[in-house]
Ligand binder design. Structure first.
Ligand code: ADP
Ligand code: MG
Length: 335
C-alpha cells in the first residue's frame, strides 16, 4: 500500500548566521502492506514526525520516492492528490490545537464531508452522529465546543474527523502522549479496535515501545533521520540487533525480554542533525563501537531472516563470519 524509498527531507536553517540545511530525514525506506500497523519509534528529534508529515504531503521531500497504491505521490494530478487526501489521514499528538476552538464538534467533524462530498442537511447530521458513535461520543456532544471536552474526548473527535471519508491509511503521530495516563489505554484500545473494524493501515509514531509492542505488527527504529532496524515486532523485540534498539529496549520493562541479555540504557543526547557524526550516526553513543571501522564506513542494511533489517556494520561482519563458517567443508573423521 505504501512504499517509501530513500526518503530525504532537509529544512533550510541558519546556523550561526550561515545558511545550512538540516537533514531531518536522511534516507528512509519503509513499506506498509494493507492492514499493517507499523510502529515508528525513536527518541525525540529523530525525524519521526517529519516522515509522517512528508507522507501526507504536509512537507516536501528533498529526494526519494513515496508510492501509495502504485502511484508516486509527488507526480499526482491535483484531482489524484485530492483523492489521496481522502485515502490518507493524519492524527496529531495534541488534539487541542488540532481543533478549531470556534467550531462546534458537529462542524469540525462535518467539515471534510462538506468539502469533499455532496452530503448535506439531515444526511450530514446523521453521518456525523454515526461517526461520533463509532468513536464513543454521545449525541449531546454535537453542539459543544472543544473547550467543553476533556483531552481524550477531543482526541476522539479528531479520530471521528479523520475517519469521516473512509480513509485507508492513518498516520498517527504520538496520538496519546498529550493525554492523561488514565485515558491513554482507552484510546489505544479504541484505535486498535477501529484498525480491524475499519480495515485501516497504520503508521503509528511513538516513543513508547511498550505501546508499539501492543499495537503494531511491524516496527521501524529511527535514529537521526535513518531507520537503524526494522522487522516484525516479535522479531525485533525478542531479538534486537542494533545497539540503539538494544539500548532503547533496556529502558522499558518488558517481561518477555530476557534480563540477562539486556544492555545498558542510553547515555547522552541525540546529536544535532546539523552536526552528523562520520560513518555510523549512532557511533558517538554506541557501546559496541569499533574505532576505525564504524566511524569510517558508510553503513548499509544487513538482512536477517523474515525481512529483519539492521543497519550496523558489526552485525554485518558477524553475519559474514557466520556464513563463511557455515560454508566451510566439514572435516572428514579420521579412521
Ligand atoms: P521527532 O518527531 O522524531 O521528534 P521531528 O521530525 O519533529 O522529530 O524533527 C527531526 C529534526 O528536524 C529535529 O532536529 C527538528 O528540530 C528538525 N525540524 C523539524 N521540523 C523542522 C522545520 N520545519 N524546520 C527546521 N527544522 C525542523
Ligand atoms: Mg514528533
Amino acid at each position: 500500500m505504501l512504499d517509501v524509498k530513500d526518503l530525504k527531507v532537509g529544512f533550510p536553517v541558519r546556523q550561526s548566521g550561515e545558511k545550512a540545511v538540516l537533514m531531518a530525514v536522511n534516507g528512509v525506506d519503509i513499506r506498509l502492506e494493507k492492514g499493517d500497523a507499523l510502529g515508528l519509534v525513536g527518541e525525540s528529534g529523530s525525524g519521526k514526525s517529519t516522515v509522517g508529515k512528508t507522507i501526507l504531503r504536509l512537507n516536501k521531500n528533498s529526494s526519494g520516492r513515496i508510492v501509495f497504491d502504485g502511484q508516486e505521490i509527488s507526480k499526482m494530478t491535483s484531482k489524484e492528490e485530492m483523492r489521496y487526501r481522502q485515502r490518507a489521514q493524519m492524527i496529531f499528538q495534541d488534539p487541542h490545537s488540532a481543533l478549531n476552538p470556534r467550531m462546534t464538534i458537529f462542524r469540525s467533524v462535518a467539515e471534510p464531508l462538506i468539502l469533499q462530498t455532496k452530503i448535506r442537511g439531515g444526511a450530514l447530521k446523521r453521518k456525523v452522529q454515526e461517526l461520533l458513535e463509532i468513536v464513543g461520543l454521545q449525541r449531546q456532544f454535537l453542539y459543544r465546543y472543544p473547550h467543553e471536552l476533556s483531552g481524550g474526548q477531543k482526541q476522539r473527535v479528531c479520530i471521528a474527523r479523520a475517519i469521516a471519508l473512509n480513509p485507508e491509511l492513518l498516520v498517527l503521530d504520538e496520538p496519546t502522549s498529550a493525554l492523561d495516563v488514565s485515558v491513554q489505554a482507552q484510546i489505544l484500545e479504541f484505535l486498535k479496535s477501529i484498525q480491524t473494524e475499519l480495515d485501516l493501515t497504520f503508521l503509528f509514531i511513538s516513543h513508547n515501545l511498550a505501546v508499539v509492542r501492543h499495537i503494531c505488527n511491524k516496527v521501524a527504529v529511527m535514529y537521526l533521520g535513518q531507520i537503524v532496524e526494522q522487522g516484525d515486532t516479535e522479531d525485533v523485540f525478542s531479538n534486537p540487533q542494533h545497539p540503539y534498539t538494544k539500548a532503547l529496549l533496556a529502558a522499558v520493562p518488558l517481561p518477555e525480554i530476557n534480563q540477562k541479555r539486556r544492555s545498558e540504557p542510553l547515555h547522552g543526547d541525540i546529536p544535532s542533525p546539523l552536526n552528523l557524526p562520520r560513518g555510523c550516526f549512532f557511533g558517538s553513543r554506541c557501546r559496541e563501537k569499533i574505532v576505525g571501522l564504524c566511524d569510517q564506513s558508510s553503513i548499509s542494511n544487513t538482512e536477517l531472516p523474515s525481512r529483519h533489517l539492521v543497519r550496523c556494520i558489526k552485525v554485518a561482519r558477524e553475519r559474514e563470519l557466520a556464513e563463511t563458517q557455515a560454508e566451510m567443508p566439514i572435516p572428514l573423521k579420521a579412521e
